[in-house]
Design a protein around this ligand. Structure first.
Ligand SMILES: *Cc1c(COP(=O)(O)O)cnc(C)c1O
Length: 367
């Protein structure tokens, strides 16, 4: 809904496409699933699909219903169900609509095979648990999966796993070693890397990679900026100053009075709060930009408002533009920095942008 309250999430589809190209550039011998789960990490499933439609090798998401909606919209690329099927109906849809399904346990494999007509084409990603300990077959259960698949010689199988610490010190080698051991003499395709592995662990690239967060312009690494990785900002959360207060030494700001002025200050009130998806845990000092100039938040984030320091930006007043994260007029406030200040990651900020925040697509007048 178009509303006159000034908050907006500005989405740049061209940045998503550029970031996908960067993933392909890094994993140049692999094909890449564009991971568009969780409403394309809050950017809008259809916006991401439209941006990537001409180039993506495939789309990866969670819900079978969304996969079918993509098919209905004429998407012809491969579509991967990242958690596999949840029902017999999903299972029938896989064969009928040429979807590719992850299979991570015996029950799921039986459900899928039980709902696939004999002889129908079948595209499967067998997920191996190599140390994440979330989903996947183990050394002990994998032989039974191969056994269940014996009557399905037409099944196109890819082996996959997911890295738990590709962004961290422990890296991917330990999981890659387990993967190779479990795969044995497997010569078929493999699909391994998320964004962090694509950018930092070229030995994992394999036949298919699965970039997610990097498509949306955030860094998968705590200590490395998106800009330094060559990623473009895909989402900017912006609003405006709707109130200004001049306060004296000793005055406090916001609920709980968690911030006390130690000097005379000019405080700007921004139309953005936790009900818009801004993290309530962002403490005083979280970066924010007003009129393209970086400053800091002050006091607790409320439901519909937050406060920031305008003392060094005297030209700012009611109506001045504010960048909560993303590309400002001049100053940049990387979502990664806001996330780090709030003790979370940009993934969560993007996914949390509330439905009440209107979206503006860059390069389009319509909202
Ligand atoms: C979400 C997801 C990805 C993408 O991870 P990023 O860190 O966002 O690149 C890759 N693989 C699987 C299985 C996922 O669930």
């Amino acid at each position: 809904m178009k509303t006159s309250r000034p908050i907006r999430a500005r989405i740049a589809p061209s940045a998503i496409l550029q970031n996908y190209r960067l993933a392909k550039h890094h994993a140049s011998s692999a094909r890449a699933w564009a991971v568009v789960k969780a409403n394309a990490y809050g950017h809008g499933l259809w916006r991401a699909v439209e941006a990537l439609r001409g180039e993506a090798d495939g789309f990866a998401l969670l819900e079978c219903e969304n996969a079918l909606a993509l098919r209905e919209a004429g998407v012809t690329q491969a579509i991967l169900l990242l958690e596999g099927i949840f029902s017999g109906r999903d299972g029938r849809a896989v064969a009928e609509h040429g979807l590719t399904s992850v299979v991570h346990c015996r029950e799921q494999l039986e459900l899928l095979l039980g709902n696939t007509p004999a002889g129908a084409p079948l595209s499967l990603y067998i997920k191996l648990n190599t140390g994440m300990n979330r989903l996947g077959f183990t050394e002990a259960t994998l032989p039974m999966a191969w056994q269940l698949l014996r009557p399905w010689p037409q099944a196109a199988v890819t082996l996959m796993t997911h890295f738990a610490e590709a962004d961290g010190e422990r890296g991917t080698a330990w999981q890659l070693a387990r993967f190779r051991q479990m795969a044995g003499d497997w010569r078929g395709p493999v699909c391994l890397g998320n964004s962090a592995a694509i950018l930092r662990h070229p030995q994992t690239h394999g036949d298919w990679v699965r970039p997610g967060i990097m498509l949306y312009g955030a860094s998968p690494f705590a200590g490395q900026s998106a800009e330094s990785l060559g990623l473009q900002t895909a989402m900017t959360l912006e609003s405006a100053i709707i109130g200004v207060q001049d306060i004296a030494i000793g005055d406090r700001v916001g609920y709980g009075g968690t911030f006390t002025a130690d000097r005379p200050m000019r405080i700007g009130i921004v139309a953005c709060g936790y009900a818009d998806g801004y993290p309530r845990h962002a403490p005083s000092g979280t970066p924010i930009a007003v009129m393209g100039q970086r400053t800091e938040t002050v006091g607790r984030v409320s439901m519909d408002m937050l406060a920031c320091d305008l003392t060094a930006i005297p030209q700012a007043g009611i109506g001045s533009p504010v960048t909560l994260w993303g590309d400002g007029a001049a100053g940049q406030v990387p979502a990664d920095e806001v996330a780090a200040a709030a003790g979370t990651i940009a993934y969560e900020l993007f996914c949390a942008v509330a439905p009440r925040v209107p979206v503006r697509v860059a390069g389009m007048d319509t909202e």
